[in-house]
Design a protein. Structure first.
Length: 333
């Protein structure tokens, strides 16, 4: 009997071995298993269930980190703009309003960034440039989702987010399309980024070809101006003095009005017909003859002084045919 008891006491305790094995492994999601003495079967089951739950939570966390679904807080100073701009400029009034909203309610929507492809330790924005600018102004960390993205994935995410939030004007979307084309992105990528079909994309690119960039910058985003009006402006610019329009829209009084109003002014200026320059006139007074000769590049005009020599014009008119015959005879015609 004593020998039997010795064998039972020396046998390894399965629960203790499991606890030691778990303790020696790397903790999962902050869970450190504790050694337990003999416990009821129900307690063991509960403990194993907790371990399973912790492991599942750890796996889900790793999956989210891998797919970029976890929100982190980053120093705005470590984040650079996208390699292709989709805006003309951030409106100061809109930025001020966003700053106040974030100060009062916090940053509700995270931005999307990727690890910078060229600089280790930095990031590049896919979308959320205004939120990034607002957090910089406030001086707080920005909430962001970090995701590994190719250039194509970045511009598609950038374009689709802005399309969904409808905060880009038509001309900004057209500029974005043009810039993507300049960087040799395919039409399929550009259409996916903007959520448009081939015909709509073609019209966007037509507008950018017709309306010079300096004029677009002078007008601004013009949020209420759509495709038809921009196409109309482009057509009218074919016969307009674009430099003059840009100069007028860049004047101090024009900068005080809204971007939509500057577009309307540009449309009016492009519609005005430019007066044809008057031909240069060379005037000659024949000595002793009461006639003024006005010459231009295309002809000459004789002006008779009716007060000094009344009837002289009629006299010359009656002899014009003879003078013309004499002129041709001298030329050998």
């Amino acid at each position: 009997m004593a020998r039997k008891n010795l064998i039972e006491i020396s046998a390894p305790n399965p629960e203790r071995m499991d606890a030691v094995a778990l303790r020696d492994n790397r903790p999962i999601a902050g869970f450190v298993p504790q050694e337990r003495s003999a416990a009821p079967v129900g307690g063991i089951t509960k403990t194993l269930g907790n371990i399973t739950e912790k492991m599942e939570r750890a796996s889900e966390l790793e999956r989210q980190l891998a797919t970029g679904q976890t929100i982190v807080e980053l120093d705005p100073g470590l984040i650079d703009a996208s390699f292709v701009s989709d805006r003309l400029a951030i409106d100061p009034a809109e930025l001020a309003q966003l700053v106040e909203q974030i100060r009062e309610h916090g940053q509700q929507v995270p931005i999307l960034v990727r690890p910078h492809p060229e600089t280790r330790g930095r990031y590049q924005v896919a979308y959320g440039h205004r939120r990034l600018a607002a957090t910089r102004e406030i001086g707080i960390r920005v909430r962001a989702v970090v995701r590994d993205l190719t250039d194509g994935q970045l511009v598609v995410s950038q374009g689709q987010e802005n399309s969904a939030r409808t905060n880009l004007s038509y001309i900004e979307r057209a500029l974005f399309a043009s810039r993507l084309e300049e960087r040799s992105f395919g039409r399929d990528v550009i259409m996916a980024a903007l959520g448009v079909d081939k015909a709509a994309l073609s019209r966007m690119l037509i507008v950018i070809r017709q309306v010079p960039l300096e004029l677009v910058n002078a007008i601004g985003a013009a949020p209420d101006i759509g495709r038809r009006r921009w196409l109309e402006l482009g057509e009218r610019l074919e016969k307009a003095d674009v430099e003059k329009i840009v100069a007028e829209l860049s004047a101090d009084d024009a900068r005080k009005i809204s971007s939509d109003e500057r577009f309307q002014r540009a449309l009016v200026l492009a519609t005005k017909k430019t007066a044809a320059p008057k031909p240069a006139v060379a005037k000659t007074q024949l000595s002793g003859v009461p006639v003024m000769i006005k010459k231009t590049a295309s002809g000459a005009t004789f002006v008779f002084d009716g007060k000094t020599a009344p009837g002289f014009d009629q006299f010359v008119q009656e002899r014009l045919k003879g003078l013309f015959l004499e002129f041709n005879k001298d030329r050998g015609a």
